[in-house]
Design a protein around this ligand. Structure first.
Ligand code: PEP
Ligand code: CO
Length: 479
């Protein structure tokens, strides 16, 4: 990876305003700059062949307007702090990897529809406000298990997401091209713009949940169950409105936040800004960036970059993380125990979660550290079928979620959210679920360029099983 420093203001001493009440106790790392990650080992970054093109792209990115604002980021952090206290539940979902060609009206609105439907199931069943976070508008860079891919006697660089190169197996497609960062920024802005317009225009209005129905979903037992629930909510809303003689207003829009794996650090650095009347630095390319499992080293470049930004941040943790490593990560990423700042997304796999998760929960609880625990039941359950597809079995996804709820209850901690790969398209990528898709069904509509996603029915079923498990654990034990 070649590096180039971007010119940032030389005075890096942030001013802390007294109006920033709830964050007064947070110290500013004085030994950090948006570029200080460049002094650390950086895994999973591409090698760009042309330093000059890279430099001019980063300069351009640095000058472009941000995709989100610091006010939104601070509001999300406050909501995540409430989730840490059990007052909210987080739903985070979207594609494994967005692709440039999927930046279309239909795909964006279908994904939004599924997330809105799932969040309604969760709000209704958990009786808690739901924080909705999309894995989109920036989810364009992917970590890979190998740097290169060999087919026959040809070896080429691995595909690393549309922000880096293209998936086709040709030399031209696989060369990392920095200009793709500009395109990714533009696609992210278009996605955000459309989602914001839909929501501002009343798409998420609870008076009209029929807007969220997917055209291609025919008769589905789960859709019937869902519509039944929507009917009950509609009755309750109309009853309230009749009773009060006024419209219940805040039902006509919702908050929606974005997240992505902040993997490609040159891109993230170029979107890292100071803003008027706020202290410190914000990554303004997304509200809620996360570090993937493969780049979460304590001394690595990604942890260094995350240390200094004021966004709420999440870290993916897999089965090899030890309690000691986890506590050290907390020391580095949230030394002041700031509410809402740090989330851990555990992704152990259904077969390992019962063994690997409890020691981590115990260590964090014993140390009195404040984190939001999120379960990703997807990435520890990926396997290959005999007909060559990368898939996930719904039974394993279900099992990891259910076990996680139980393990948290036993440890005296709280599962505060889920992190899912899903789509609003009619795909067959994960097996099982209400329609019991089999390995041979995968051939029908497998579209993901990276990991297999839940389709509409599997996603809705996931929301319903979360509600059932939550209710079961909340119910008093039989006498
Ligand atoms: C992902 O979220 O797509 C991913 C690569 O996850 P992980 O870092 O947990 O493997
Ligand atoms: Co993935």
């Amino acid at each position: 990876m070649m590096h180039r420093s971007i010119a940032f203001p030389s005075d890096l001493t942030p001013i802390m305003l007294s109006s920033d009440r709830n964050l007064r106790a947070v110290k500013v790392p004085t030994d950090w700059t948006p570029a200080s990650w460049q002094t650390r080992p950086a895994l999973q970054l591409p090698t760009y062949p042309d330093a000059q093109v890279l430099a001019s792209v980063l300069e351009e990115l640095h000058a472009l307007p941000p995709l989100v604002t610091s006010w939104e980021i601070t509001a999300l952090k406050q909501q995540l702090a409430e989730a840490q206290e059990g007052k909210r539940f987080l739903l985070q979902g979207g594609d494994c990897a967005e692709s440039f060609s999927d930046c279309s009206s239909e795909i964006i609105s279908n994904r939004l529809k599924v997330l809105l439907q799932m969040s309604l199931v969760l709000v209704h069943g958990l009786r808690l406000p739901v924080i909705r976070v999309g894995r989109f508008a920036g989810q364009y860079a992917k970590p890979r298990s190998t740097d290169s891919e060999t087919r026959g006697d040809i070896t080429l660089p691995s595909y690393r997401g549309d922000m880096v190169n293209a998936p086709e197996f040709t030399t031209e497609a696989r060369v990392p091209d920095p200009r793709r960062m500009i395109k990714a920024h533009a696609r992210s802005a278009m996605t955000m713009n459309f989602v914001r317009s839909l929501i501002d225009g009343g798409f998420a209005d609870l008076h009209h949940p029929e807007y969220w129905d997917l055209g291609w979903v025919g008769h589905s037992p789960l859709a019937d169950e869902y519509h039944h629930m929507v009917g009950a909510i509609g009755d309750a809303v109309r009853f309230m409105e009749t009773l009060s003689g006024a419209q219940v207003h805040n039902l006509n829009r919702v908050d929606f936040y974005t997240s992505h794996e902040a993997l490609l650090l040159p891109y993230e650095e170029a979107q890292t800004r100071q803003v008027p009347r706020q202290w410190g630095w914000f990554n303004l390319s997304t509200h809620f960036p996360w570090i993937g499992m493969r780049t979460a080293e304590l001394d690595g470049a990604h942890t260094e970059y995350f240390r200094g930004i004021r966004n709420p941040v999440a870290i993916k943790i897999g089965p090899s993380v030890t309690p000691e490593q986890l506590l050290k990560l907390i020391d580095v990423l949230n030394p002041d125990d700031e509410p809402g700042r740090l989330s851990f997304i555990h992704r152990m796999g259904a077969a390992h979660v019962a063994e690997k998760l409890p020691p981590l929960l115990d260590a964090v609880r014993r140390d009195g550290r404040r984190v939001l625990w999120i379960c990703d039941p997807m990435h520890g359950n990926t396997e290959s079928t005999s007909n060559g597809y990368k898939t996930r079995r719904f039974a394993n996804i279900r099992s990891e979620i259910e076990q996680s709820f139980e393990l948290h209850a036993a440890a005296g901690t709280r599962l505060g959210g889920v992190h899912l790969e899903l789509t609003g398209e009619d795909v067959t990528e994960c097996t099982g679920g209400a329609r019991d898709l089999t390995d041979t069904d995968l051939e029908r509509a497998y579209r993901s360029t990276v990991d297999p996603r839940l389709n509409y029915e599997q996603a809705l079923e996931t929301a319903m099983l979360i509600v059932r498990k939550h209710a079961q654990l909340a119910a008093p034990a039989p006498a």
